[in-house]
Design a protein around this ligand. Sequence first.
Ligand SMILES: [Fe+2]
Length: 235
Amino acid sequence: MSQTSIVDVICQRALEIAPEVPWLVEPLTPGRGQAFILQHILRNRLFSAVIRPSWISRCPDLAIVRKTIGQMREELVFDDEIAQPHTTLLWEMGRNVGLTNEEMDNTRAVPLVDVALNVWENIARSKHWVAGWLATSVDEFMLTAMSGEHNYRPEAWQATFHLNDEQVFFFSYHTKADDDHAGRKVWEPIARHVTTEAERREVLDGMELALTADKLFYQGICELGDHIDANKNAA
Ligand SMILES: [Fe+2]
């Protein structure tokens, strides 16, 4: 068994990938902002209604199962701290950047996002449950732990869309909430559950695949966003 702890390897890899994601580090255009909301709506729902349930069904660690069900509840049903589900915040955020409820209710995945969603689902269904856990949390870690300016920070949305603090609550709240859902501390139990070299390989390979899907997810968002911007400029 290699010396570096598996959780350290996971954190390192995620932070290496983050600056390579153009949507995160290139300027946030209005189209790219809207595109993020429209595609994140789909990911958010699929993560909590389909993909997380799929890997927790094979997770033997009750504490992780309970925590994850709690997270699914916060996303789709009710977060006690803010007395509403995160989906409500997400729709509000969308309206703040000029989207209508109808556009958000009827959003469809663009091809690369569709590929990413299918990859994450496949990992959660067919690989070690820890790989599924990572597939549904590594992006949250990246977004909260990555240093410097990037587009998951509320400031970027304030600058592009001229919004006040209240109007970017979705992002300021999530920087905190996600900290509780992913990262070194949260992932600590992984070391206990991944004990053989074969398991370690399966989990790390699964995470690499999840990160590749993450790149595709954001690439799909960039393409959609650039398309929205081009249409607006032509209009
Ligand atoms: Fe959330």
